[in-house]
Structure formats: structure tokens, C-alpha cells
Design a protein around this ligand. Structure first.
Ligand SMILES: Cc1cc2nc3c(=O)[nH]c(=O)nc-3n(C[C@H](O)[C@H](O)[C@H](O)COP(=O)(O)OP(=O)(O)OC[C@H]3O[C@@H](n4cnc5c(N)ncnc54)[C@H](O)[C@@H]3O)c2cc1C
Length: 550
């Protein structure tokens, strides 16, 4: 497989030469540097590369070029290489056009010319963008292979786990060609026991549970110590922020997360309203970066689910799915919320077999050239629709209300209305999922009456609810299961009986001293990435205050 390509585009020969030289000097060993002297020449080059399946990582284009502007070229290049990072080179006077292009052409960055010294003005930005691209890049390789059935929940879980943990793999659908049956036969594996994971060293895992798989792909499943200053449950934005602040401020910090850093945000295709990312950031990318940042400060992560908690004097013990437990003085509960399930006939049986909950990223490519249905009308559904529209021929949004305006941010509504293969069906309810082995049709209730329409993939985004039943009763919650903290613990002006301290609970402290709550799981919290990050960070301040009282 050849090296991924960086393509520089400029009609000014001397500027083009300067860009190419700078790119070659820094990235020449890992990437192939190519050039084009006009927008059209760049598109022609990209078309040719596409026919040979060559990977393109980055496009750097000048804005002012005769015939076709940089913005236009980058916009058209999206059809060929949607994942390539797009950078616009502009004169200072064109800055406004560049900012507009963040929306229209979805450019990832604009750089003002000149970019000297490149060590300060060019390389940090490009290296960052290339790291993002690398994280999603799946080269053809002889590494890990997954053989399964597209319409199997277990198969979906394995692929979801690997994708979200940025573990590259190749997937073989047993029903889609001779390759998978041949691989199974060669290794004398039972085709009825799937999914199977084949490792490069020849070893095999049959129908693995997440922990076995985590251990084999190099993720830690056991805590290195018995005792920590702070145990964080959940590595969504709230837990990750607490891990970064906790570890950077010297607390021995352990993070427990069964899936992958990023939380719900990790399943979101693009978060566009998080501060500091003008062209948006995928939740998975935010999770990957925060995980790296927290790890750099010394936070430890284990791939485990917290299944219980007990309190013994000043010690808090968190029980893990493998039966072990870890102890600490402080715990931060940040397990977020989980997608609400569709409560209609057929939905439970067909989950993972055509009905998916928040699985936009892992399933999108499997839906290439197919039609996709989405239930829900809020931002999460809108983001998913835009993501699927890149792969599917048609995306139908099934919305119970009058339309999207009451439930979705304007920037998403605008983008959806400009995407020709997304259709919004308002005042439409899904009332039954039909299919034996997998989803084949949906029964809909439309204003015109009931109808059955063919369907193979339905993605559900109808809100979320907390899963807090694993916590002991002394951790108080509201009537919907969200955890109470700080002044919300008071009822009729009184603190609850379980609270025995003389002091007031700290702002994010639960009904058990030293156990804190942050993010979506907290009763009354704002369900946003930024507020989860804020709460996770603030909670660490109260952890310090609590520990200072010992
Ligand atoms: C599709 C989608 C799109 C979104 N888009 C945006 C957006 O554009 N902008 C925005 O601001 N917000 C957005 N949100 C909301 C945002 O993602 C959440 O508000 C935010 O992720 C909450 O962070 P959190 O850390 O509280 O919880 P979560 O992100 O839910 O993370 C909780 C983590 O805890 C883990 N966990 C759960 N139970 C356990 C357990 N028992 N043991 C250990 N770990 C456990 C979970 O696996 C998960 O990783 C979106 C949400 C969705 C679903």
C-alpha cells in the first residue's frame, strides 16, 4: 500500500513550490507530496487517485486561483475524498470568505499567507489535522480481521467496540461473498459461531466478550493499584475532564469505562458548537484527544463496567464487571445517559439486526448505496442524518412533530435542507418493525393513515435516560433516576437523613460525602458537551476540598 497523499494546489508556481518544499521537509517520510497548478487539475488528479484507491490525507489549496477558487475546489473534492483534511490558504483580506467556507465547503482550517516560520504557523496545524485523519484511516492491511454477519447484534458490538477504540480492522460479512467462508474453512472454524476475530499472529477469538477483546487489543482491563485518590466512572466529556484536571493536579486517578473514551459524544458524528473547534469536531476525536491528554498526566484507564459501589468509613469501593473492586477516597460518577429504546413491536428482536441505537459512525459505511431511516427530530438525529447522507442513497428522517424547527438547532436544519438526499417526513410515527432474520419493513402511522414501507436500517435517536440502578440506595436520585447533588439534595429545605455531615454538601457532591456527580447523569444538568466538561473540571476542585478535610 502506498503512502497517503498530501496535495498542494496553487496557480502561483513559486508559492506552490514553497508549500511543497515545506510539506516535504516535515512529512515527506510518511506521506507522498503531490502538486496541482489549478483547481481543475487538482480535481482531475483526485479522480485518478480515487480510481486506484489511493489514500488522500490532506488538501492545501490557495483561495484565489483563475477558473476555480480554492473554496470551490475543496467543496468539490469532498465528493471524492470526504475524509481528507481541507486547508485553505488565504491572504489576510480573504479571511471572511475563509470563515464562510468553514460552513459551505466544510474546510477544516484556513491559514493566512505567508506561513513563516512553518514550525510555528504551519506544522502545528497540519500535524494536528493529520493526526485526526490517521485516527480514522483504515488502511488495507494484514492485521485484525472480523468475520461476522451484518445482521447480528454480537457482530455489531464487536465492530462498534473496535471502531470506537480506534483499533483498525477489516470486516468480512459471511453473507457477502466467498472471502469470509473461505477464511473460516481454512482455519476450521464453525460458521455458526460468529463473530470471529482473527489476529495477525494467527490466533483467534470466537464470539469474544468485550473484556477478552479489550485485553487482546492492548487495552488495560485491570487496575494497576488497589487504591486511588479519585475513581471516575465513565469516560464521556465529564469523566475525561475530571481525569485531565485530577491527574494534572497530582491526584492518583483511575477512569472506568466499558466502551471507549468519548461517551455519547463519541457516537455523535460532528459536534459543531463546542468552543474552539470552528469547523466542528467528531465526538470520537474529542474523546481520543482527551484520553491522550489525561493519560499524559498519568490518569489510568481500565476497560470495565462499574457494577456496584459500597461505602466503608472513609473508603469508597467501586465494583467492576469482572468481580474485582477498586478503592478510593473519592468517586466521580459520570456515567451519562443511554439511548432510549424504541417501544414498538419487533424493535427488541431486531435490535442490532437493522435497528440501531446511536450507531451512526460504525454502521454508516455498511449502509453505502442503501436507503436509511432515522427516527427522531433533535440535534443527534440531525447530525446522524448528515453523516449517513455521505454514504446512503437516501436518508429519511421520521419525525413525530410538525417538523424540525422546534427540536433542532438552526445550523443543522439549514444543512439538512441543503442536502438533496435527506427527506424529512413530519407527523410520522414508526409503529412496528417488521422482519424475521433482520429488518425488512417499517409500519408507519402517517397523517394519511397506516402504511408499510420497505426498510433495512433504522437508526433511533429518541432521547436518553440514566442507568443508575447499579448504585446503592444511599446515592439519592430524582424520580427519573438522575442523581441528586449539592443543593438539589434538600427537600422542603432539609438535607436528607442519609447525609450525616455537619457541613453542607459541596456543589456537585451526592448524598454520600466524597462521591461526586457530573454531566448528563446529574439531575437538572444541561445536556451538552461543554457543560459536562465544565462539571467534570469543577468537581475536581471539590475533591481537593474534601481530601483537605482528612
Ligand atoms: C448523537 C448525539 C449528538 C450530540 N451532539 C451534541 C452537540 O453537537 N453538542 C453538544 O454540546 N452536545 C451534544 N450531545 C450531547 C452530549 O454528547 C452529552 O451532553 C455529553 O456527552 C454528556 O457527557 P457525559 O460525560 O455526562 O456523559 P456521556 O457522554 O454519556 O458519557 C458517559 C460514559 O460513561 C460510560 N458508562 C456508563 N455506564 C457506566 C458504568 N456503569 N461503568 C463505567 N462507565 C459507564 C459510558 O460508556 C459513556 O462512555 C449529543 C449527544 C448525542 C447522543
Amino acid at each position: 500500500m502506498s503512502r497517503p497523499i498530501l496535495l498542494a494546489v496553487d496557480d502561483d508556481v513559486s508559492v506552490l513550490e514553497a508549500v511543497v518544499q515545506d510539506l516535504r521537509r516535515q512529512y515527506g517520510e510518511t506521506y507522498r507530496i503531490m502538486r496541482a497548478a489549478s483547481g481543475q487539475a487538482a480535481l482531475d488528479t483526485l479522480s485518478q487517485l480515487k480510481t486506484h484507491d489511493e489514500p488522500v490525507a490532506l488538501l492545501v489549496s490557495d483561495q484565489r486561483m483563475p477558473g476555480m477558487s480554492g473554496v470551490e475546489m475543496l467543496e468539490r473534492a469532498r465528493d471524492l475524498y470526504p475524509e481528507a483534511r481541507r486547508v485553505l490558504l488565504t491572504a489576510y483580506a480573504d479571511t471572511e470568505a475563509a470563515i464562510r467556507a468553514i460552513n459551505s465547503a466544510r474546510i477544516h482550517y484556513y491559514l493566512n499567507k505567508p506561513w513563516d516560520p512553518p514550525e510555528e504557523k504551519l506544522y502545528p496545524v497540519l500535524t494536528d489535522l493529520l493526526e485526526d485523519w490517521q485516527a480514522g484511516y483504515r488502511p488495507v492491511f494484514e492485521g485484525l480481521r472480523v468475520i461476522g454477519h451484518r445482521w447480528s447484534l454480537k457482530d455489531h458490538r464487536v465492530r462498534n467496540f473496535l471502531s470506537r477504540n480506534h483499533v483498525p480492522y477489516r470486516w468480512f460479512d459471511v453473507a457477502a461473498g466467498p472471502e469470509a467462508p473461505k477464511l473460516l474453512e481454512e482455519r476450521q472454524l464453525d460458521p455458526d459461531k460468529l463473530p470471529v476475530v482473527l489476529f495477525a499472529d494467527g490466533t483467534v477469538l470466537v464470539d469474544p466478550d468485550p473484556e477478552d477483546l479489550a485485553g487482546r487489543v492492548g487495552l488495560r482491563v485491570q487496575a494497576a493499584q488497589d487504591f486511588y485518590d479519585l475513581v471516575v466512572v465513565g469516560a464521556g466529556p465529564a469523566g475525561l475532564a475530571a481525569a485531565v484536571y485530577g491527574a494534572s493536579e497530582g491526584l492518583r486517578t483511575l477512569v472506568i469505562e466499558p466502551e471507549a473514551p468519548g461517551g455519547q459524544a463519541g457516537s455523535s458524528s460532528r459536534i459543531e458548537n463546542y468552543l474552539g473547534f470552528p469547523s466542528g469536531v467528531t465526538g470520537a476525536e474529542l474523546g481520543r484527544r482527551a484520553h491522550a491528554q489525561a493519560s499524559r498526566f498519568g490518569a489510568e484507564f481500565v476497560t470495565q463496567r462499574a457494577t456496584g459501589m459500597r461505602i466503608d468509613g472513609q473508603y469508597r469501593f467501586v465494583q467492576l464487571a469482572d468481580g474485582r473492586e477498586v478503592s478510593s477516597h473519592c468517586v466521580l460518577l459520570a456515567p451519562g445517559v443511554q439511548y432510549r429504546k424504541l417501544d414498538i413491536p419487533g424493535a427488541e428482536r431486531l435490535a442490532g439486526r437493522g435497528i440501531y441505537y446511536g450507531a451512526a459512525l460504525v454502521e454508516a459505511k455498511a449502509c453505502k448505496d442503501e436507503e436509511v431511516d432515522i427516527v427522531g427530530g433533535a440535534n443527534s438525529a440531525g447530525q446522524a442524518a448528515l453523516h449517513f447522507a455521505k454514504y446512503a442513497t437516501k436518508v429519511t428522517m421520521l419525525v413525530r412533530g410538525e417538523g424540525l424547527s422546534a427540536t433542532m438547532s438552526k445550523y443543522l436544519i439549514d444543512e439538512i435542507s441543503h442536502t438533496s438526499n435527506i427527506v424529512v417526513e413530519a407527523r410520522t410515527q414508526v409503529i412496528e418493525a417488521v422482519g424475521e432474520e433482520h429488518l425488512t419493513a417499517l409500519k408507519l402511522l402517517r397523517p394519511s393513515g397506516e402504511a408499510e414501507v420497505p426498510a433495512s436500517s433504522l437508526f433511533v435517536f429518541i432521547g436518553a435516560a440514566p442507568v443508575t440502578t447499579w448504585l446503592p440506595p444511599c446515592i439519592l436520585r430524582d424520580d427519573k433516576g438522575f442523581l441528586l447533588a449539592g443543593s438539589d439534595l434538600r427537600r422542603d429545605g432539609k438535607l436528607p437523613e442519609v447525609w450525616h455531615e455537619k457541613r453542607e454538601p459541596f456543589l456537585l457532591e451526592s448524598s454520600v460525602p466524597g462521591v461526586f456527580v457530573a454531566g448528563d447523569v446529574r439531575s437538572g444538568s444541561v445536556k451538552r458537551v461543554a457543560s459536562a466538561v465544565g462539571e467534570g473540571s469543577i468537581a475536581v476542585q471539590f475533591v481537593h476540598q474534601y481530601l483537605a478535610g482528612f
